[in-house]
Design a protein around this ligand. Structure first.
Ligand SMILES: [Zn+2]
Length: 488
């Protein structure tokens, strides 16, 4: 295989050949969640997309350090340095410590991502664990002349910065237009320029999360945390910086400005952004009332859903769209994805049962492998990969039905190919057994046989059934009315 990996770089607005700064090492930073509420599906899609990217880079044998932060301080309600800190507000409303909020939703976030079978990042730093690094970086930016302090708050000086550097380099927006679309400053404002943003914010007396700093007691701005933590763990310059596309215009634009002002280099070589979710064609959002949470999607407990879908069929559904395309949730699309996923898993389950024949090499297989790699090398094009894998499904089913024959080495190659792409790269696994009605019916049927054996005083058979089920993690519990079962 001699193909290069192409990555669409938001910075250049085109696909570029991926060349890591320090081969074979790859540094990847992805903006993590703000843990003050349940993780929403848009976030899940972003993290599933970067999981695919991470898995593929690992498969290509790169030594990847994947850093994904937890924002547990500093994210204000308005992304414009206005309003209250999201944690403090929630803590006040629920009469909890802010760290209780953080703990609860961090655990929930990890649970959901584990359900989606995402690999954990190499490092998951928290904003509150890196206050001194953030203060240091703010000091550095102040010393280099790109920030100013007013009454305990430190602002980044966008006007000064944009005289020397291209502030809108990431999104290519026109600075004049941006200024015209931003609120005029009034006498109440401490900022000098309309586009200036806070690096460090003075804490009001009622603000719970607060730290001492050279500028008085306060807390860090949201953007500085990612700049400080990415440079701490990946260096001043690293390979990939990712996140949802809604972060590009402000959060990532400001990250670039901070790092450039502080370190005199662009922080990341490749900027990657995932697209958003829609529901029946409309953008999914809490305010539009068309957003559902992951567990509602799994159980089907939402008025917009006809039924629940297993986490793996949702993962498969997400991967059926390219990460840069919008992904539209509808009952029809989810049901189609579920059917496709089951068909794929059924074929994968047939693989160990296939028998080799004494035939010449099959002509279809080498081509199939290079088509799978070509899909992934074209900016991680998972929908094309899945289409290619359905060609593998066709071959598997045809071999099983005796319509085509494969020799042993082709069969081994087919197995390896399918296992690599389905399990290791797409990160799918068969989760149907636990959920399916058939499985429950089967267990009930076996319990029925055991009860019959007991009635017939055939205790050897009834014990054998109980022990057999136990070895599969199924515990039986007899009571007067019925035999109950639980699965570990
Ligand atoms: Zn970030």
């Amino acid at each position: 295989m001699n193909q290069s990996l192409l990555i669409y770089n938001t910075l250049s607005r085109k696909k570029e050949v991926f060349e890591p700064l320090n081969f074979p090492f790859v540094g990847m930073y992805v903006c993590g969640p703000t843990v003050y509420s349940d993780v929403h599906l848009g976030n899940c899609r972003t993290f599933v997309s970067f999981d695919l990217i991470y898995r593929y880079l690992l498969h290509l044998d790169y030594k990847v350090r994947y850093v994904r932060n937890i924002t547990d301080a500093g994210h204000l309600e308005g992304d414009n340095d206005e309003g209250d800190d999201k944690f403090s507000k929630k803590a006040r409303l629920e009469q909890l410590e802010p760290m209780e909020i953080v703990q609860r939703y961090t655990v929930g976030f990890h649970d959901v991502l584990r359900t989606f079978n995402t690999l954990p990042p190499s490092i998951e730093p928290t904003a509150t664990g890196h206050i001194s690094e953030q203060i240091e970086m703010v000091q550095d930016i102040l010393e280099k002349g790109y920030a100013y302090e007013v009454n305990g708050t430190v602002y980044f000086d966008v006007e000064k910065y944009s005289k020397e550097f291209n502030y809108t380099i990431l999104t290519n927006r026109n600075l004049e237009d941006m200024l015209n679309n931003t609120r005029e400053l009034d006498g109440q404002d401490e900022k000098r320029g309309r586009l200036d943003f806070a690096l460090w914010i003075k804490a009001k007396p009622e603000h719970i999360m607060r730290w001492p700093s050279p500028w008085g007691v306060g807390f860090p701005g949201w953007h500085i945390e990612c700049s400080a933590m990415s440079s701490k763990y990946l260096g001043d310059q690293f390979d990939i910086h990712g996140g949802g596309m809604d972060l590009a215009a402000t959060h990532h634009t400001n990250e670039i400005a901070q790092s450039q002002a502080c370190n005199h280099v662009q922080p990341a070589k490749y900027w990657m952004h995932t697209n958003m979710l829609t529901v029946n064609g409309t953008r999914m959002s809490k305010s539009a009332g068309n957003g559902f949470l992951p567990h509602e999607l799994f159980t089907g407990a939402h008025e917009l859903l006809n039924k629940g879908y297993s986490p793996m069929s949702v993962r498969f559904f997400m991967l059926q769209a390219h990460y840069r395309s919008t992904l539209d949730f509808s009952n029809d699309a989810l049901e189609a994805a579920e059917r496709g996923f089951k068909r794929l898993m059924a074929a994968v389950a047939l693989l160990p049962k296939l028998k080799a024949s004494e035939v010449e090499d099959s002509k279809e297989l080498p081509d199939l492998e290079s088509r799978c790699y070509a899909a992934m090398n074209d900016d991680f094009n998972s929908p094309i990969l899945i289409a290619e894998l359905f060609d593998a499904v066709r071959i598997i089913n045809s071999v099983y039905d005796g319509k085509i024959s494969l020799n042993q080495s082709d069969l081994d190659a087919l197995k390896q190919l399918v296992y690599n792409f389905v399990f290791d790269i797409l990160g799918l696994k068969d989760d149907s057994i636990d959920e399916s009605e058939d499985f429950e019916n089967l267990i009930e049927f076996v319990i029925g046989l055991r009860n019959e054996a007991k009635i017939n005083k055939d205790y050897a058979t009834s014990d054998r059934i109980r022990k057999g089920l136990e070895s599969m993690g199924i515990q039986l519990q007899d009571n007067k009315e019925a035999t109950l079962w639980t699965k570990k």
